[in-house]
Design a protein around this ligand. Structure first.
Ligand code: OSB
Ligand code: MG
Length: 366
């Protein structure tokens, strides 16, 4: 076959966090990111898998993603399909949404670059900016209060507190007492069951904008039961893995709000469909994050700038997480908003030298 020369490389990159990030499923001290780099027709496209070292947020991790990308997804790249075609052609591969999303996003970046347009323009109607909230891992009460104070000063539009079983009341009360009016939410990362409904009901006193993923990572039914027991609106993160799951969530009245992470739902085609379904059902939608480097973050910010997205998301600028990022033009926030990059595709200038120095291992996949 003649074919166009196409190269695909995966790199496992380690970037230390400025401070460890603690959720109900564990503490992470560094980001272990799987970065994809494709070169075709003189165009360099990048993407990042949102997997990390272990299967604790969902069942995927960097090893499963690398395997699925190498053995099943990379071959589909050769014809440089559109993201929509890629999605159709890989429908038969069950699950592995994070692996699929990373390759799908390479194609979004590549095709936007061939058209010399910013990704936000390829995706749909952009507001030109994204509203930004912050996600705070668990820490000592006084550390959290200081972080919340700093976040308010910096203009963040919503503050999300990670909670865990047995500590939820004290974590939220600490912040709510000090800041009675701030837009506050709590994220449980699926650590409760329906048996904990009394503890969750006590959070109703704190006027949270929503409670994120209290129950099992793949549950809809019990969330729909919990929704009838508490007044705080439920936001689903882990449970929403596809447009079909979003439709079912609204049919069951399991959630009023959806956190879309393009990585979790198989990419941006699926993300847009989920945002449309959510808004058609009168729900609210925002764009989450997975502690991505500047490469993964650029996709989230472009998507979060769409008119369809009506709540502030977890797209904080990366100086929150890293002393130094993989990109030379990191996002900055102004008055709680971030503008998507205006250069072609994701518009990031990858710091190749620092990427090389931060790479632990790399694989030539095509
Ligand atoms: O549940 O939203 C989550 C980070 C890792 C895993 C899961 C989650 C998170 C975050 C961080 O909340 C959001 C960010 O990237 O800033
Ligand atoms: Mg979450």
């Amino acid at each position: 076959m003649l074919g166009r020369p196409l190269e695909l490389k995966a790199s496992l990159v380690t970037l230390p966090f400025l401070a460890p990030f603690t959720t109900s499923f564990g503490t992470e001290a560094e980001r272990n990111a799987l970065i994809l780099e494709m070169e075709a027709d003189g165009i360099k496209a990048y993407a990042e898998s949102v997997t990390s070292t272990g299967p604790y947020y969902s069942y995927e991790d960097n090893e499963t993603a690398l395997h699925v990308i190498k053995d099943y997804l990379a071959p589909e790249l050769k014809r440089l399909p559109s993201p929509e075609e890629f999605r159709q052609r890989t429908e038969g591969i069950k699950g592995h949404n994070m692996a699929k999303a990373s390759v799908e996003m390479l194609l979004w970046d590549y095709h936007a670059k061939t058209k010399r347009e910013p990704l936000s323009a390829s995706l749909g109607e952009s507001k030109g900016y994204a509203d930004v909230g912050i996600s705070l891992g668990m820490d000592r009460p006084e550390v959290t209060l200081k972080r919340v104070g700093d976040a308010i000063t910096r203009g963040y539009k919503r503050i999300k507190l990670k909670i865990e079983k047995g500590k939820e009341y004290d974590i939220v009360k600490n912040v709510r007492d000090a800041y009675p009016d701030v837009h506050l939410s709590a994220d449980a990362n699926s650590c409760y069951t329906l048996r904990d409904k009394d503890a969750l009901r006590r959070l109703d006193a704190f006027n949270l904008v929503y409670l994120e993923q209290p129950l099992e990572h793949d549950d809809l039914l019990d969330h729909s039961k919990l929704a009838k027991e508490i007044s705080t609106p439920i936001c689903l993160d882990e449970s929403i893995t596809s447009p079909e799951r979003a439709r079912q969530a609204f049919e069951l009245e399991a959630a009023k709000v959806i956190n879309i992470k393009p990585g979790r739902v198989g990419g941006l085609v699926s993300s847009k469909q989920i945002a449309e379904i959510t808004r058609e059902n009168g729900g609210h939608v925002w764009v989450g994050g997975m502690l991505e480097t500047g490469i993964g973050r650029a996709f989230n910010v472009a998507f979060a700038s769409l008119r369809l997205i009506d709540y502030p998301g977890d797209t904080s600028p990366n100086d929150k997480y890293f002393a130094r990022d993989l990109v030379r033009n990191p996002f900055t926030m102004q008055d709680g908003t971030i503008r998507p990059n205006s250069g072609p595709g994701i518009g990031v200038e990858v710091d190749a030298e620092f990427l090389g120095r931060s790479t632990v291992k790399s694989w030539k996949l095509l």
